[in-house]
Design a binder for this molecule. Structure first.
Ligand code: MTE
Ligand code: MO
Length: 316
């Protein structure tokens, strides 16, 4: 069954699912998962028929953490999205400046299926999963967010990268006329990021179109972003318009801006401090006491093998 989910920009604030309704849906989903086979794990995300991405039944994922969710309001009003401003409250305030319709993604480089793709062509919306992942920012705060997406590998496989593709590069929209943050040269616009191909193909790397049961709010990177839960938040590039398969390690926005502070890998690593502060601890939004930061953000068992033999002080 397919249900149309209204776009965030079409909704009044009051119509946006509040956390309590969201919590009830989650309980419903857990009950489904425990019960009827076939329906197991299905979460029907609601909304009237309106223009927007069509989201069907959403599968829960064994990769989800069972930690307490960050309230949706915090996750959507405390953001880093420099295109929409440099302060944490700017992206939600300036969200309307990001024009997401129409939206296409250019696919280029070493692959058999280059071209112009609609979001729905890259993300099979009838296969969406909910992944409850931690997102840890390099600034030492963290959140627990229920993302909606498909493994990045699902989309990349469709594009059929060739053996020459060793990295995949991503680029965010460039629109200085509308995006207030792009009128100043704080970063070398457009924002770019990249992953080694085996990182990108890892099942934890998520190509994301929604959160909290809805399409992504603009400030969280609508209409399509990645979420790489074992890396610092800035690797999780928002509002992607270009995917390029390349041979050499691609430039990344924060590494270009301050290379001694931000490396290409940017794995969450409590042993490697940021030059200006420790990375040993973090503050979970909504909590007072700091907690210990875990290697690879708690996903070491799944991803440590990707970096075996690498000196993670050198490749930070
Ligand atoms: N295009 C773009 N993507 C971006 C950023 C940005 O400024 N521009 N900020 C990054 C940083 S530093 C973080 S911590 C996360 C924040 O994601 P969230 O606002 O959904 O929590 O987005 C990342 N992706
Ligand atoms: Mo960040």
């Amino acid at each position: 069954m397919l249900i149309r989910v209204p776009r965030r920009s079409d909704e009044k604030e009051s119509a946006v699912t509040d956390p309590e309704i969201y919590r009830q849906r989650r309980i419903f989903m857990q009950q489904c998962a425990a019960g009827v086979a076939g329906l197991a794990g299905s979460l029907l995300v609601g909304g009237q028929a309106q223009a927007g991405l069509t989201i069907g039944a959403v599968q829960s994922s064994p990769y989800s953490t069972d930690e307490e969710l960050t309230p949706m309001h915090a996750a959507t009003h405390y953001n880093n999205f420099y295109e929409l401003g440099y302060k944490k409250e700017d992206p939600s305030r300036n969200a309307a400046a990001l024009i997401t319709e129409p939206w296409t993604v250019e696919v280029e480089g070493h692959c058999e299926n280059p071209g112009t793709y609609a979001v729905e062509d890259l993300v099979p919306v009838d296969q969406l999963e909910e992944r409850i992942y931690r997102l840890r920012c390099v600034e030492a705060w963290s959140m627990v967010i229920p993302w909606l997406g498909v493994p990045l590998s699902v989309a990349l496989k469709k594009l059929r990268p060739t053996s020459q593709a060793r990295y995949v590069a991503f680029q965010t929209i460039l629109d200085p006329e509308n995006l207030p943050g792009q009128r100043r040269a704080v970063l070398d616009w457009p924002y770019v990021e990249g992953l080694r191909m085996d990182e990108a193909m890892h099942p934890l790397a998520l190509l994301t179109v929604g959160m909290y049961g809805q399409v992504l709010p603009n400030q969280n990177g609508a209409p399509i972003r990645i979420v790489v839960p074992w890396k610092y938040g800035f690797k999780s590039i928002k509002s992607i318009v270009r995917i390029r398969f390349v041979e050499g390690q691609p430039p990344t926005a924060w590494n270009q801006a301050t290379p001694h502070e931000y490396g290409f890998y940017s794995n969450v690593n409590p042993e490697v401090n940021h030059p200006r502060w420790s990375q040993r601890r973090e503050r979970r939004i909504g909590e007072f006491r700091k907690r210990k930061t875990l290697m690879f953000n708690g996903y070491a068992e799944e991803v440590a093998h990707l970096y075996s033999g690498m000196d993670l002080h050198k490749y930070f």
